[in-house]
Design a binder for this molecule. Structure first.
Ligand SMILES: NC(=O)c1ccc[n+]([C@@H]2O[C@H](COP(=O)([O-])OP(=O)(O)OC[C@H]3O[C@@H](n4cnc5c(N)ncnc54)[C@H](OP(=O)(O)O)[C@@H]3O)[C@@H](O)[C@H]2O)c1
Length: 145
């Protein structure tokens, strides 16, 4: 598309950065100290990259009610306004506002990308793609910081 066409625009990345083809044993091609989204943000510094949706199957992305109960979807990105725009889009897909967790800046895409191997393992074990992560927490639980 060219950097000039992406400048200033929210750019949604849903990629699982895996090598190989579906059905093959696949590995992450970037992990730990970098992510696909940081690579995209570096390549297109004026785009407002937001990572989301990669933790669920495509059918669940646009129809979260396929999975019963409250379950979560994540957004990562450096630009708060872009994340708000993308969150609005997610609510139009059917995601509840309080199910959308803002993980922080674009570096937090590393974690959701590294979930990919577990996503595939779970799909095989459960023999379905209609599942998702649900965050449950204790009220007034042990503080992180
Ligand atoms: N499917 C899911 O449930 C799911 C879940 C989470 C995340 N994702 C992510 O969503 C993305 C799309 O997934 P998908 O299942 O739709 O994959 P897909 O069916 O394999 O489609 C990939 C598309 O990317 C195009 N493509 C591949 N390499 C390209 C290149 N170098 N330049 C331009 N286009 C290229 C392919 O074009 P050709 O057909 O011409 O090769 C194809 O249209 C992937 O990044 C995947 O990791 C998918």
């Amino acid at each position: 598309m060219g950097a000039e066409n992406l400048a200033g625009k929210p750019l949604i990345d849903i990629a699982l950065p895996l090598d190989g083809a579906p059905g093959e044993q696949r590995s992450l091609v970037v992990a730990n100290t970098d992510s696909r989204d940081e690579q995209i943000q570096r390549a297109f510094p004026d785009a407002r990259v937001v990572k989301t949706l990669n933790t669920v199957h495509v059918d669940v992305m646009v129809d979260p009610a396929r999975v019963p109960g409250q379950h979560n979807i994540f957004v990562s990105g450096n630009d708060p306004e872009a994340k708000r725009t993308v969150s609005t889009l997610l609510t139009e897909f059917g995601w509840q506002s309080d199910a959308i967790l803002d993980l922080g800046d674009i570096r937090t895409a590393r974690g959701v990308e590294m979930y990919a191997p577990l996503l595939f393992t779970l799909a095989g074990v459960l023999d379905t793609w209609d599942f998702n992560i649900a965050i449950v927490q204790r009220q007034r639980g042990l503080k992180f910081s």
